[in-house]
Design a protein around this ligand. Sequence first.
Ligand code: FO1
Length: 312
Amino acid sequence: MHVVLAGGVGAARYLVGALEAFPPRETTAVVNVGDDIVMHGLCISPDLDTCTYTLAGAIDADRGWGLVDESWQAMETLGSYGGDRWFGLGDRDLGTHLYRTDRLTAGANLTEVTAEITRRWGLDCRLLPVSDDPVRTMVTLHDGDEISFQEYFVRLAHDVAVTAVRFAGVDDARPSPAALDAIREADTLVIAPSNPIVSIGPVLAVPGVREAVAVRRERNVAISPIVGGRALKGPADRMLAELGEEPSVVGVARRYRDLVSTLIIDDVDAHLASEVERTGVRALVTSTIMAQPGVAAELARTAVAAAFGSPT
Ligand code: FO1
């Protein structure tokens, strides 16, 4: 079983590659729930939905979230009353949140509901929320204001510096049994190229998860979400710098060195390979920008081979 610790867009792209490279049933994603939010009374799980829609080939590729061929009638009506519409919920996407909210209200847990939703989209791989308990990434700004991740990421377009990040509720959260089993029984584990602070961070922060990953460090590999000192999408580079860490593959290696034996970095960062290795993590240089078809599948093959300890 190939287990992937996943956030949103970058992880979803990697998962598409993993499903091309290996039989889909052999891949399980343990997905971040720190982005989750209740908006308009609806339970929304952005990273689970981004992975589901992407693997179903139904994602709106330009936005990187939500469904293709979307309409926005509900948001138009909401806006016409002066309602809050900074968090865009398309008419098709709303159906997912209505269903998830109904099922959670009826007593199902997020793992069960996610399995029902992924089944409807015909996914062969498993997407597991890291926890069925509420974990909410909160971001503190310079003026001391603490806001939800989505207010930071969407309403403020992450165009503001952060001074702290915390995961509300995480101390009382438990890893879902399925997620913990998947990590423990994985033949190979890959930390996807997601934001190490607010996408992978909340996954590792659920009590018991970091330990379960660290104990099998030799069969774990991470793929750097930072290429040439920049994040390919989103604020990971700025957040690393704002939180006093180096926004580079070396900074990522320092963050992950207790968890993985190998960090896969892009060709543009080949000159930093020796500095990565000085952190105690093996550097594996290859193409990690999953813009062209086939790159993600090749990256998955490289990552799995490296996790088995046999660099290709
Ligand atoms: N991202 C935005 O930039 N603007 C939005 O209006 C927005 C709405 C939205 C609705 C549902 C959903 O599942 C994701 C949505 N996202 C939106 C993305 C969301 O902020 C994710 O958390 C990010 O992609 C980070 O993972």
